[in-house]
Design a binder for this molecule. Structure first.
Ligand SMILES: [Zn+2]
Length: 191
């Protein structure tokens, strides 16, 4: 299970009915900076030129959503047509918290708007995972949890179980060591 589904930049009108439904719904909460400032600040510090703090975040209730957005595996997404981040409300004890999802999704926003990191497909996802690792760590995730519960499920979409685990470990070590944001060039020797 991936933490987000990329609501495609290619099919710009995809899911627009579902998204409009979320925006118009009474149960949806609109977040603007400085709410969730820790999440915004983390991404903004790494990519200060991209006005990350201007991005709107809609926190929506799956039970009041339609279509794909009502599905439980959906944690959040960034949509380029609405230029906003959408995050599903969590039940107690959920693995990934709302602010952690916000950080991950804001990196999708960055990936779209930063010319140096305009990535597509799997690389865009690598970018979001790599750059969010230190935030997750600061929230108390152990290296083992990051590997098993955050990275491994993502890598197992593409690779066999064993290979996915090795990739997850390598990915963590490589990106935790970096003291600069991960960029496009860092992915060349990952695949
Ligand atoms: Zn993602």
């Amino acid at each position: 299970m991936d933490i987000c589904q990329r609501i495609s930049r290619l099919k710009k009108t995809s899911y627009s009915d579902e998204i409009k439904h979320v925006i118009d719904n009474e149960s949806t909460v609109l977040i603007c900076y400085p709410e969730y400032n820790e999440a915004y600040d983390y991404v903004d510090k790494m990519f200060p030129k991209l006005n990350v703090k201007d991005i709107k975040i809609y926190i929506y209730d799956r039970d009041h959503s339609i279509g794909i957005l009502s599905k439980k595996q959906f944690y959040g997404f960034y949509n380029v047509s609405f230029d906003s981040v959408f995050v599903a409300k969590r039940e107690e004890g959920s693995l990934i918290s709302i602010d952690e999802t916000i950080v991950h999704e804001l990196f999708h926003y960055v990936s779209f708007h930063d010319n140096d990191n305009n990535l597509s497909g799997i690389y865009e996802e690598y970018f979001a995972y790599a750059n969010s690792l230190k935030y997750f760590k600061s929230k108390g995730w152990s290296d083992d949890d990051l590997i098993r519960k955050y990275l491994f499920p993502f890598f197992s979409i593409k690779f066999s179980k064993k290979l996915a685990m090795n990739k997850a470990k390598y990915f963590l070590i490589k990106h935790m060591k970096k003291d600069t944001p991960t960029n496009k060039n860092d992915f060349l020797n990952i695949l």
